[in-house]
Design a protein around this ligand. Structure first.
Ligand SMILES: Cc1cc2nc3c(=O)[nH]c(=O)nc-3n(C[C@H](O)[C@H](O)[C@H](O)COP(=O)(O)OP(=O)(O)OC[C@H]3O[C@@H](n4cnc5c(N)ncnc54)[C@H](O)[C@@H]3O)c2cc1C
Length: 369
C-alpha cells in the first residue's frame, strides 16, 4: 500500500508485535534492529551446545500472543508451543520449608493455613485487592499511552484508592503477618528487577494476572516465540533488518517523516513505532532542531515500556506516533486513534467481551488459557 510506510525501530517482542499489528492494518512495514539478532531483551545466546534465554522466561497472559497471530489469520499453535507450569514457583524458606505458588485458591489457602492459620482471611482480602488493582492497572490502564500529563492525572484517584502509594511489601504486610508468607506474596517484583520494599503495590496486579491465566514457558525457550514472530513476519513480507541501528527520526511540523540509519540511508516513513527505550528515543533519535517549534511538544514518538517492565503488555498495543497530516487519509480510522495502537476491535473482540469469556474459562478450571 503506497503512502503507507511504517518503520519499526527495535526487534524486541514489542517491536515485533507492533510490526504484526501494523501489517494487519495494511501498512508496508520494515523493522530496524541495531543488533545482529531479533528479540531484544528476549534474545538468546548459545554456549557449549546449549541455548539460553537472555531475559524473559515467565510467560503470562498467553492470549496476547494468540491475538497477534489471529490478527493475521494464523494459529499461534502452528508456530510455537506454550507449556503450563505447576507450581508457578516453588519458594524455599531458610528453615527448610517451601511454598508452592499456584493459581488454584484452595491449594493456596491450604498451604497458608498450614503455615499460619491466622493469615488465611488476610490472604483472601489481599487477593481481592490484587484483583481490584488488576482491574484498573491491567484491564483499564495497561494499554493506555501515558504521554500526556492529563492522562496520568486522570489515573491518580483510582491509584490512591488502590493504595498504590504503598510498596508491595507495605500492602502485603497489612494483611499477612507471617514473615515467610510475606516473602511469598512480595517476591514478584523481583522478576522485573524491582525492590518489593520500594516498588509500588500496583505490581500486585501480577499476582492476579498469574492466578487468572496461569504461567507458561515456551518449549525451546522464549527464543522460540521470537523465532515464531520473525517467521510470521517473513510470511507477511515484513523485512526485519538486523545490524541496522536507526540514528535519527525525522520530524516535520510535529509529525514523523523519515528515519535515518547509521549508514546514512534515509527512508521515508509515514508512521514510526520506536520501541527502543523511551529515554533513548527522545534524547538521541529526535533532534529538536529539525523542528524547533513543535518537535519538543509533539506527541512525536511513543516508545515501549521501561526496560524492566514485563514483556506481554507490549505485545498488546504499540502506542501511536502522530502521523503526518498528508497521510492521514491513508488509514480508515477517523480519529486516528488506532493508527498504531489500541486496536482491540481489530483483534476480533473487545476487552470486555474477552473478560466475559475468561470468566467462563476461569470457572472451568485454573490455568487454562
Ligand atoms: C533478565 C530479564 C528477565 C526478564 N524476565 C521476564 C519474564 O520472565 N517475563 C516477562 O514477561 N518479562 C520479563 N522481562 C522483561 C522483558 O524482557 C521485557 O519487558 C521485554 O523483552 C521488552 O521488550 P521490548 O521489545 O519492549 O524491548 P527490548 O527487548 O529492549 O527491545 C528493544 C530493541 O530495540 C533495539 N534498539 C534500540 N535502539 C535501537 C536503534 N536506535 N535502532 C534500532 N534498534 C534499536 C534493541 O537492540 C532491542 O533489540 C525480563 C527482562 C530481563 C532483562
Amino acid at each position: 500500500m503506497s503512502g503507507n510506510r511504517a518503520a519499526v525501530i527495535g526487534a524486541g517482542l514489542g517491536g515485533l508485535a507492533a510490526a504484526v499489528r501494523l501489517r494487519a492494518r495494511g501498512y508496508d512495514v520494515t523493522v530496524h534492529e541495531a543488533l545482529d539478532q531479533a528479540g531484544g531483551r528476549a534474545r538468546v545466546f548459545r554456549r557449549d551446545g546449549f541455548t539460553f534465554d537472555a531475559g524473559p522466561t515467565v510467560i503470562t497472559a498467553p492470549y496476547l500472543l494468540d491475538e497477534l497471530f489471529a490478527l493475521v489469520g494464523r494459529d499461534a499453535r502452528d508456530y510455537f508451543e506454550l507449556v503450563p507450569v505447576d507450581p508457578f514457583y516453588r519458594i524455599l524458606f531458610h528453615d527448610g520449608g517451601s511454598f508452592d505458588f499456584v493459581g488454584d485458591e484452595d491449594r493456596l489457602i491450604a498451604q497458608i493455613a498450614a503455615i499460619s492459620p491466622r493469615d488465611v482471611d488476610g490472604y483472601r482480602t489481599l487477593a481481592r485487592k490484587a484483583r481490584a488493582i488488576f482491574d484498573v492497572g491491567y484491564t483499564k490502564l495497561a494499554d493506555q499511552p501515558f504521554d500526556r500529563f492529563s492522562t496520568m492525572l486522570g489515573a491518580v484517584p483510582s491509584m490512591i484508592k488502590l493504595e498504590s502509594y504503598r510498596s508491595v511489601y507495605g500492602l502485603v504486610a497489612r494483611h499477612i503477618r507471617d514473615e515467610r508468607l510475606r516473602q511469598v506474596f512480595t517476591f514478584e517484583p523481583l522478576l522485573v528487577g524491582g525492590n518489593p520494599f520500594r516498588t509500588s503495590s500496583i505490581y500486585l496486579l501480577i499476582h492476579w494476572l498469574e492466578r487468572r491465566w496461569g504461567v507458561y514457558f515456551a518449549r525451546g525457550g522464549t527464543g522460540a516465540i521470537v523465532q515464531a514472530l520473525t517467521t510470521l513476519l517473513a510470511e507477511l513480507d515484513v523485512e526485519v533488518k538486523l545490524n541496522a541501528p536507526v540514528e535519527r527520526i525525522g520530524v516535520t511540523r510535529g509529525a514523523v517523516t523519515s528515519i535515518e540509519s547509521s549508514d546514512g540511508t534515509r527512508s521515508a516513513a509515514d508512521v514510526v513505532v520506536a520501541n527502543a527505550d523511551p529515554s533513548v528515543v527522545y534524547r538521541d533519535l529526535i533532534d529538536e532542531r529539525d523542528d524547533p517549534e513543535e518537535a519538543g511538544a509533539a506527541q512525536a514518538v511513543v516508545a515501549a515500556e521501561p526496560q524492566q517492565n514485563r514483556a506481554l503488555p507490549l505485545l498488546r498495543d504499540p502506542r501511536r506516533l502522530r502521523q503526518h497530516p498528508a497521510h492521514e487519509h491513508a488509514n480508515d480510522d477517523p480519529d486516528g486513534s488506532a493508527a498504531l495502537g489500541r486496536v482491540p476491535e481489530a483483534c476480533g473482540e473487545r476487552h470486555d467481551e474477552r473478560e466475559k469469556r475468561d470468566d467462563v474459562g476461569a470457572s472451568r478450571g485454573a490455568n487454562v488459557d
